[in-house]
Design a binder for this molecule. Structure first.
Ligand code: G6P
Length: 490
């Protein structure tokens, strides 16, 4: 099998560089090991009639990383436009923020078609394509139009919202119909899967049976694959990072104070305003907690050219300076607020230094920061995770302190509880979470999806063999080299 993984953002194999977003950071170690070809955007654009779409192809572990310059005329409409100003807000249930022109939609479709043409280079008879995330909802359909008959799977890293919200996306029908060209569609949670199936049966009127949709493209299987991390590797990294200069400087600067940490892309789905308000409320309602704890909030700027993101950055800066100005002392800054990214290694060390991890998105597909915070803890003296019940991670990490991020008072109370939790309870909760993390690693996620994709195609090939209609070119199905422990998907 030659696996081709496609995502808009890709990562290079450097652990000491900051990485934006959970997707690229999560995929890097597994793609590296699998020997797959990872195809994505170079982040640069191409003008006019350049023939070769690939700007760079370089070795990545046992496989390769291939980066494309996307067409200049369509990049803005695709990335800042349809993907991040129509789909992203809708997928995170922010219909009020949907902004999309017809031109943005056309650019999105153009870029999907452009990527499909570029991928033909990797169309070996034994190729298996695995497309990632909302940037490429229509890529499977484009590949089929170009005659690709090999297995094509898709995984959505974000949530899938209620019908009424996705109906707010222009061309939603056309897009979801195009998605049904995928043989297998994976979601993070059962709720996402159910919302998607609900849309398909109610809005498209299609038949759904046991999670299999029948459409003009044939059949698509819809299943759940919660993405994980490599907890052992992260734990080792965290222990080692204790001596990293950034981490030891942070520890020294605390002067016996406790630390809470938040690490997010600067995005409205992350609930940053509510989180700062909750800390403000906690310090105001319980003045004894002033000077005893500070919040380190890392908010890495992202998609800054989009108005909603610029507005959020301004609003947050104002709120943080208001809280610090009002509550701060000459020797105490309540909120340490940083607009930059850190490497995975440094982050692991920062997580381990903090007694409380606050991960309180309004809505999140999974949220790997929650999992990383847990894995980074010192087993003898673990910190407490305060986690939004609207993050996909809450399904597995149900022994975290779960909060409703819209309830500022409730969050304020829960953070205070986390700060004073006795060691026995901290350890009990942490061990239960570690057990879950070990049971659902990123390696397992990767292997499960690819195995399920191959099985889905086998089932289809059998169905076709039984039916009298002509059989399409059957893909070569080779067992995976990586460890597989049976299907966890459902
Ligand atoms: C989320 C998305 C990813 C994306 C990442 C960073 O995690 O699901 O697809 O890569 O955010 O966003 P950016 O727009 O900076 O690539």
């Amino acid at each position: 099998m030659s696996l081709v993984v496609v995502s808009n953002r890709v990562a290079r194999g450097k652990v000491n560089e900051p990485m934006t977003g959970g997707l690229a950071a999560a995929l890097l170690p597994v793609v590296e090991k699998s020997g797959a070809i990872w195809v994505g955007s170079s982040g640069r654009v191409r003008h006019g009639a350049q023939k070769e779409p690939f700007a760079e192809i370089e070795a990545l572990g046992a496989g390769a990383l291939a980066m494309l310059d996307l067409p200049a005329a369509h990049y803005g409409g695709y990335y800042e436009g349809f993907a991040n100003s129509a789909l992203w807000p809708a997928l995170h249930s922010r219909a009020d923020l949907i902004r999309a022109s017809q031109q943005d939609y056309l650019s999105y479709r153009e870029v999907n078609a452009f990527m499909a043409r570029a991928l033909l280079r990797f169309k070996k008879p034994d190729a298996v394509f695995w497309i990632q995330d909302y940037h490429f909802l229509a890529l499977g359909a484009e590949l089929r139009d170009l005659g690709v008959t090999q297995p094509i799977g898709f995984f959505l890293h974000t949530p899938w919202p209620a019908r009424a919200i996705i109906e707010g996306v222009p061309h939603h029908r056309e897009l979801v119909e195009a998605m049904l060209a995928y043989d297998l569609i994976g979601f993070q949670t059962e709720d996402d899967r159910e919302s998607f199936l609900g849309y398909v049966s109610c809005d498209l009127g299609l038949e759904v049976e046991n999670g299999v949709i029948t459409s003009r493209h044939g059949t698509s299987r819809i299943a759940v694959f919660p993405i994980g991390i490599d907890p052992e590797k992260f734990a080792t990294q965290a222990a080692k990072a204790a001596s990293h200069p950034d981490v030891s400087r942070l520890r020294r600067s605390l002067n016996g104070e406790k630390l809470a940490i938040g690490v997010d892309r600067l995005d409205y789905s992350k609930g940053l305003i509510n989180r700062i308000e909750a800390f403000d409320r906690m310090w105001t309602l319980q003045p004894a907690l002033q000077r005893t704890v500070s919040l380190l909030q890392i908010a890495t700027p992202s998609r800054g050219a989009i108005e909603a993101y610029g507005n959020l950055q301004n609003e947050l800066a104002k709120l943080v300076s208001d809280v610090n100005g009002r509550l701060g002392e000459v020797d105490w800054t309540p909120i340490r607020y940083l607009n930059k990214g850190f490497s995975q290694t440094v982050l692991a060390g920062l997580y381990r230094t903090a007694q409380v991890g606050v991960v309180t998105p309004l809505h999140d597909g999974m949220n790997l920061v929650a999992k990383e915070y847990v894995a980074a803890q010192n087993p003898a003296d673990p910190g407490v995770l305060v986690l939004s019940k609207f993050a996909g991670a809450a399904n597995e990490l149900d022994t975290a302190l779960l909060v409703n991020p819209h309830d500022i008072d409730g969050m304020a109370r829960t953070i205070a509880i986390a700060l004073s939790m006795p060691l026995t309870e901290r350890r009990m909760r942490w061990e239960a979470m570690m057990t879950k993390l070990r049971a659902g690693t990123i390696q397992q996620w990767f292997a499960d999806f690819v195995e399920a994709l191959q099985e889905t195609r086998l089932d289809k090939a059998e169905d076709k063999a039984e039916s009298p209609s002509p059989v399409a070119e059957a893909p070569t199905l080779v067992p995976l080299r990586s460890v597989n422990t049976g299907a966890r998907y459902h």
